[in-house]
Ligand binder design. Structure first.
Ligand code: GLU
Length: 452
């Protein structure tokens, strides 16, 4: 708590790459902690590395947070605070806690440069980490560490402390890769005469190969934009990320952001790394897809539906509407709509496929038997009232016959293949119900003519 008793947290991403999944998890935990304490949640872009920082990456951080619905209360750029950093550098120097040191530059051998070093008295720093527990570090070995390359170029440990002090941050929640920086930062808080915030270092995220999630090894899958482009729902991604390194201790697995705010407990965050399990993400995403309304499912599917589908000869909006639940059932993420398209599984609804003799015959069956079964299907479907042409009607009628047979495969397989022309496709009842009675009978007839 600060003077006013309000919790203030922040995330401080550097805009040196696309918004990372690890940063998302930190952002989420900070956000949940701030909101459950009716506190403030700040975003500070740490853009002082002029060479590696890019506007494109800052934009990506902002748009990812917006997409995810993680709202911050204030936004800063570290580069806007350089004057402030200078004031505090001078304060440390004037107080005898830092000094200017002329030394050979690491980057330019033979060139002497002035750097600013912290005068480290080498005390033992002890702090209580909300996740890792009590930590105690002898800082003697850190020596007089450099806090600024010059008065205009403060380094991370110093800039972060000044900015966190100025913003009144009460809880620094960040990745465990920063634990080793904390003793240096605490030394700086003390030298500046500022109250130290509480620290909580959250565990790293490992990929399924148990390696640290990294762009070099795991490619695009480390950035939020990848999951956005793949058609994951932001709510599912949040739900999934919340469970990496934390769990509520109950059986409940589906949590909205508001429910997470209720349930989250920083002290239940585990100490050991969490594993990023894509299968779990896909399962969760599917659960969220099921919960969408038909209209929402259609909006998402339309966004990912390749133009070629709308260009097919028998395309109609009504048919697409009828197909939405079928598609939703067959995908885990909306980019799968593109895969279904590529496999031809959607075109079968909007153009007459070519039947293939070798695909029509069920294994262990004969061409003759297949022909008879297709004729039987035709007879059953012809007898159905066209005005009652629904999936239930069609299924009931065909299954009534299929169930009289020792095996259904030799009867149902040729029908499915006749209607789709594919090895794998939605079931024949679904296809028939969407393409209509006339087209169904025409496709069966075309298949029959292939069989002698
Ligand atoms: N810019 C640092 C990072 O992205 C911030 C670390 C911190 O939260 O102090 O890792």
């Amino acid at each position: 708590m600060n003077m006013s008793g309000t919790v203030v947290t922040r995330i401080a991403p550097s805009p040196t790459g696309f918004f990372h999944m690890g940063t998302l998890r930190t952002a989420l935990f900070c956000y949940l902690f701030a909101r459950q304490n009716n506190g403030q949640y700040l975003l500070r872009i740490e853009d002082t590395d002029k060479i590696r920082s890019k506007k494109e990456y800052e934009d990506d951080i902002l748009s990812s947070l917006e997409w995810l619905g993680i709202k911050y209360d204030a936004f800063f750029r570290q580069s806007e605070h350089l004057d402030n950093h200078k004031i505090f550098l001078n304060q440390l120097i004037d107080g005898g806690n830092a000094y200017v040191s002329k030394e050979e530059s690491k980057d330019e051998p033979g060139v002497m440069r002035e750097v600013i070093r912290f005068k480290n008295t080498g005390e033992t720093i002890a702090f209580h980490d909300l996740i890792l527990g009590d930590i105690s570090v002898d800082t003697t070995d850190l020596g007089d560490f450099v806090i600024a390359k010059d008065f205009d170029t403060p380094l991370y440990n110093f800039a972060v402390v000044v900015d966190d002090c100025e913003a009144g941050i009460t809880h620094v929640i960040r990745g465990q890769d920063h634990v080793s920086n904390t003793p240096r930062q605490i030394l700086l808080y003390r030298a500046l005469g500022k109250p130290e915030p509480k620290f909580a270092h959250i565990p790293l995220i490992l990929a399924e190969d148990k390696q640290k999630l990294s762009k070099r090894k795991h490619g695009a899958g480390v950035s939020v934009r990848h999951y956005r482009e793949q058609g994951y729902l932001p709510e599912a991604l949040i739900n999934f990320m919340a469970f990496i390194g934390w769990n509520p201790g109950t059986e409940q697995e589906i949590f909205s952001l508001d429910e997470l705010i209720e349930a989250f407990d920083i002290e239940r965050v585990q100490k050991s790394p969490g594993v990023f399990n894509v299968e779990k993400l896909n399962w969760l995403n599917k659960e969220y897809i099921k919960k969408l309304s038909n209209i929402e499912q259609k909006e998402w599917i339309t966004r990912f539906l390749p133009d070629e589908i709308r260009a097919l000869p028998n395309f109609s909006e009504e048919k697409l509407d009828a197909l939405i639940p079928v598609i939703a059932e067959r995908i885990e993420k909306f980019a799968d709509v593109r895969d279904l398209t590529e496999k031809g599984e959607l075109a079968v609804f909007f153009e007459t496929p070519t039947a293939h003799k070798e695909l029509l015959v069920f294994k262990g069956s004969t061409a003759e038997e297949t022909k008879e079964f297709l004729q039987k299907s035709r007879e059953i479907l012809e007898a159905l009232d066209g005005s009652l042409w629904s999936i239930t009607e069609i299924k009931n009628a065909l299954m009534a016959f299929a169930d009289t047979l020792p095996k259904r495969g030799p009867f149902l397989h040729p029908l499915r293949s006749a209607l789709s022309g594919l090895e794998k496709s939605p079931d024949p009842f679904t296809i028939a119900s969407i393409i209509g009675k006339d087209e169904t009978l025409a496709r069966i007839n075309a298949a029959i003519t292939l069989l002698v």
